[in-house]
Every structure is written in structure tokens, then in C-alpha cells.
Write a new protein. Structure first.
Length: 226
């Protein structure tokens, strides 16, 4: 009986998740991207659906199957991810931004392949919109959760992002830890919420981490009904 109850932890909840990298085009054959594989975001989407939530997954280009029962929206660039996150944001209960969004994109893009010329090439880049920060500004009833990929001073940087983006919680990934972060099937994270709770989740499969994160989020929602 207890099992039945826990397997429907998110029943009736609407969850929006972003996952994967973005691609910022420079010409028809080249783009800027990062090492994200989408595994953490897809594990979150799969787990949320299993726990009874209605799940929308906005995904950058990844090599992963859509989890069962999940509504998937594919995007390529940071600008497209921003548009789709805004489209699907209203009415959600929990929003988790695990995507690795490019911070910069080329100022100029070319319709024809660039030919090589001099020995050195400088590409001018401009900032993309901080999607999570915009979602923080537009927050209504959503419990908004960000991710932070850090290599040093992880708690301090995580706290700063939690506050500056108006988040309810942040999941900090120390990407220097063996078996955590990009492309790994396992992860080790720190969960911080806006009330100052700090939970260290030991290394485990991304599926198990996802499950624990939803348990923590659910506790926060109970403590602080929105
Ligand atoms: N994020 C976003 N839009 C961007 C950049 C980041 O929504 N243009 C989100 C990520 O999805 C993540 C969170 O912001 O949930 C933190 O991303 P991270 O790269 O760790 O932090 P930044 O704020 O980009 O700062 P920096 O890269 O300088 O550490
Ligand atoms: Ca960044």
C-alpha cells in the first residue's frame, strides 16, 4: 500500500523539464555546442512520468529515446529553447532546467560554408538569453529548479545562481567529481533550496538521483504550498 502511494508521488502535477545541449550555428556545416548528452534531464522526465506527473520535455539535440508517456518538444538553438520553454511554462507546477544552454552564439551566421583563409580566425560571439533567469522573472505558481555545473566553489556559485535567477531550488553538479556530470550514467549532486536546506546526494544512477530530487521537491511543495 505504501508503495502504491509513493509511486504516485507526483499525481496530478504538471512538470516541465529541459534537457540536453544547444547548438549555435555558424554556417551550414558547423556549430558551437557542449558535452551535454541529456541523460540527467531524460532521467528526470522518465521518473516524473513514472511518479504520475504530466510531463513536457523540451530537448536539445540528443541520442536518446523519448521516455514512456512523456510529451517531447525538440529544439536546436538556445533561442528556440527559450521560445518553447515560454510556450510551455504557464500552468506548470514544477519546472526543472537541466539543459546545458550555450551562453554565447556567433554574432553572424553564414548561408554558405565558410572557406578557410588566414592562419587565425576570430569568431565574434554574443550572449544568449538566460532562459532560467527569464522564467524566474515570470514565475507564477511554478516551483522553479535550476541546475549549476561548477568546477570550484560549488556551493557559493550555486547559492548565487539560486538568488540571482529567483529560483526555488538548485541542483549543483560538481563536474570535476569522478562519475558525475556530462555523459555519465551516474551523478552526485547537492540540492539547495531557497529556505537554506542543503542536501548532499551520494553518487547513484541518474534515475535514482532523479527519484530523490522529486522526493525533495515534493517535501518543499508540502511545506510551502503555492
Ligand atoms: N541557463 C539558461 N539559459 C542560459 C544559460 C543557462 O536557462 N542562457 C540555465 C541552465 O539551464 C541551468 C542554469 O541556468 O539550469 C545554470 O547554468 P550554468 O551554465 O551553470 O550557469 P550560468 O548562469 O550560465 O553561469 P556560468 O556558466 O557563467 O557559470
Ligand atoms: Ca553557462
Amino acid at each position: 500500500e505504501k508503495d502504491m502511494e509513493s509511486s504516485y508521488l507526483l499525481k496530478g502535477k504538471k512538470v516541465l523539464i529541459s534537457a540536453g545541449p544547444t547548438r549555435e550555428k555558424i554556417d551550414p556545416v558547423r556549430f558551437f555546442t557542449n558535452h551535454s548528452t541529456g541523460k540527467m534531464g531524460f532521467a528526470l522526465a522518465e521518473e516524473a512520468a513514472r511518479l504520475g506527473a504530466e510531463v513536457t520535455l523540451v530537448s536539445g539535440p540528443v541520442q536518446l529515446e523519448t521516455p514512456r508517456g512523456v510529451y517531447r518538444v525538440n529544439v536546436t538553438s538556445a533561442a528556440e529553447m527559450y521560445d518553447q520553454m515560454l510556450v510551455h511554462y504557464p500552468g506548470k507546477d514544477i519546472v526543472i532546467k537541466s539543459a546545458a544552454v550555450a551562453d554565447y552564439r556567433p554574432v553572424q551566421t553564414f548561408d554558405k560554408k565558410l572557406k578557410k583563409q588566414k592562419d587565425q580566425l576570430a569568431v565574434e560571439m554574443e550572449r544568449t538569453t538566460d532562459i532560467l533567469k527569464e522564467l524566474g522573472n515570470k514565475k507564477d505558481k511554478q516551483y522553479l529548479v535550476g541546475f549549476a555545473a561548477e568546477t570550484n566553489d560549488v556551493i557559493d556559485y550555486g547559492k548565487t545562481k539560486l538568488v540571482s535567477k529567483n529560483l526555488d531550488a538548485i541542483v549543483i553538479n560538481d563536474v570535476t567529481v569522478e562519475g558525475a556530470g556530462f555523459a555519465s550514467d551516474t551523478n552526485q549532486v547537492i540540492y539547495l533550496n531557497s529556505r537554506g536546506i542543503e542536501k548532499h546526494l551520494a553518487i547513484a544512477s541518474k534515475k535514482n538521483i532523479a527519484r530523490k530530487l522529486f522526493e525533495l521537491i515534493n517535501e518543499d511543495l508540502k511545506d510551502e504550498p503555492k
